[in-house]
Design a protein around this ligand. Structure first.
Ligand code: SAM
Length: 235
């Protein structure tokens, strides 16, 4: 099920959006904004450093910083808005053709600055603290990637769903078959090892109508794919 098939149209939702366990980049934030008539998307994460990173990419009015290497391999730091304003049409040019609208990208970045709010938030208490509050929600690789307990994973999803208004659409992405993963030298992130059947069974216990689709995207070792759950809260 796609949001379009569920008749969720751009600029149609009249309540704030939520991205639970947003991580460092306001990617879901920018996608969710597209569906709101006006108002904010909250990018909630438990980690302070992720919130600060979100602000480097425009959330809370931050500057949209790009830090990395340029084409000559030199370290650069630049404001992404300036890059899009000054070079947007060039970036989108392939051969002689312009194959995109640079102003659309530029305006998306501006909109993110005004309307994405990075906040400290705990997915386990979202439903209790903000019952039936949000008009649309997303949660990318969060509930199953912060614990090894299936019950806790379900609690996190239930809490996220309870923070949505009845009828509100949502998208959740889930790593399947994950045994956890290492980041850097000393950090190990846990995970619940789920199959697509587990996911279907778990969402059947929640007050939602949804579809769960398995896709094979290989973004790192040690997992068996991704599930995308799209649906609505129904009670
Ligand atoms: C695997 S990352 C996913 C990040 C991002 N959503 C993405 O799709 O790339 C999991 C995120 O959940 C956050 N997190 C961990 N425990 C949390 C909690 N109890 N409530 C909210 N976020 C939490 C972590 O800080 C991390 O940013």
């Amino acid at each position: 099920m796609k949001l379009k098939k569920m008749l969720v149209m751009p600029e149609s939702i009249d309540a704030p959006g939520i991205d639970a366990g947003s991580g460092p980049y306001p990617l879901w934030g920018m996608i969710l904004l597209r569906f709101l008539k006006s108002g904010m998307v909250f990018a909630a994460d438990k980690s302070q450093s992720n919130l600060e990173y979100q602000m480097h990419f425009g959330a809370n009015g931050g500057p949209h910083l790009y830090r990395g290497l340029d084409l000559l391999g030199q370290e650069v730091e630049a404001d992404t808005r300036v890059i899009w304003r000054e070079h947007g049409a060039h970036i989108l040019r392939k051969g002689g053709e312009i194959y995109g609208d640079a102003s659309l990208f530029y305006n998306t970045l501006l909109d993110a600055q005004r309307r994405i709010k990075a906040v400290k938030g705990d997915i386990y208490t979202l439903g209790e603290r903000f019952p039936s509050r949000f008009g649309i929600g997303a949660s990318g690789f969060c509930a199953e990637s912060i614990t090894t307990s299936k019950d806790e994973c379900l609690d996190a999803w239930r809490s996220f769903i309870n923070s949505l208004r009845i009828g509100a659409p949502f998208v959740i992405t889930i790593v399947l078959g994950s045994t956890g993963y290492s980041a850097g030298e000393f950090t190990f992130f846990p995970a619940v090892n789920l199959t697509i059947e587990d996911v279907v069974e778990m969402f059947a216990m929640l007050p939602v109508e949804c579809t769960a689709e398995e896709v094979r995207i290989n973004f790192r070792e040690g997992h068996g794919g991704t599930a995308i759950v799209v649906g609505r809260r129904i009670r």
